[in-house]
Design a protein around this ligand. Structure first.
Ligand code: GUN
Length: 233
């Protein structure tokens, strides 16, 4: 059984991106700039965002964090999104979810310009993903594809079981694995949760928690931000 080492892969990807940023700087190209909007003080969200900002620093990106109180109105948040949409300095940005109950998350997601939606949550990016067109893939599915690719695990002709069907992970994952391609061409089933000790004896590969695919999700966001900057070159 092979343990899929996300930490090792993330370190590798980080140094590859750092190298690209240095090359861009030497060529006088723009340093990728990621912005994040954090509303309220949800401890998990604060930790995720801190991690994203830290990763930006590690690869040499510029980052800006907008910390907003959980009392911010939907209108004010929409204005902030609009400002970031129109700010040429910002290559990509995210609005950390979940948002307080009085704010409509769909409305906010729809307001983000698809070209800057490095989370890959906008319907334009999800639609392009369905069609196999270039787009921003959401972080966890992108991290999983990266892991399959770097460990050279082909899925062609395989029966893949995807656990869960969230908009952020399960649903895009099932679509990506059934698309044409090396990390695709699979028959996909969606199911409930997985019991690690039970699947361990019969699994060829396991991505552990912690230290597995979670490590690659932030790298996926970083990769999308670099892509956003490169598209403007
Ligand atoms: N909340 C949990 N995961 C994510 C993510 O990948 N992006 C955003 N914006 N919010 C999240």
């Amino acid at each position: 059984m092979t343990l899929l080492d996300g930490k090792k892969l993330a370190t590798q990807i980080k140094s590859e991106i750092k190298e690209k940023v240095l090359t861009r700087a030497a060529e006088g190209k723009k340093i990728p700039h990621l912005a994040a909007i954090l509303v309220g003080e949800n401890p998990a969200s604060m930790a995720y965002v801190r991690n994203k900002v830290k990763s930006c620093e590690e690869v040499g990106f510029t980052s800006t964090l907008f910390k907003e109180p959980d009392t911010i109105s939907e209108n004010d948040l929409l204005h902030l999104v609009e400002n970031l949409n129109n700010n040429p300095e910002i290559d990509g940005f995210i609005v950390q979810l979940p948002l307080p109950g009085h704010i409509n998350e769909h409305l906010i997601t729809l307001a983000i310009k698809a070209e800057k939606d490095v989370d890959g949550f906008h319907p334009v990016n999800l639609g392009k993903m369905m069609l196999g067109l270039p787009c921003f893939l959401s972080a966890t599915p992108k991290g999983i594809l990266e892991m399959l690719s770097r460990y050279e695990i082909p899925t062609k002709g395989k029966h893949v079981v995807v656990v869960g069907r969230s908009h952020i992970v399960g649903t895009p994952m099932s679509i990506l694995l059934s698309r044409k391609g090396k990390q695709g061409d699979a028959t996909v089933t969606l199911t409930g949760d997985v019991h690690f000790p039970s699947v361990e004896p019969v699994s060829s590969y396991i991505s552990p928690v912690p230290g597995g695919v979670g490590q690659l999700t932030v790298m996926a966001l970083i990769q999308n931000t670099l892509l956003a900057a490169e598209r403007k070159d």
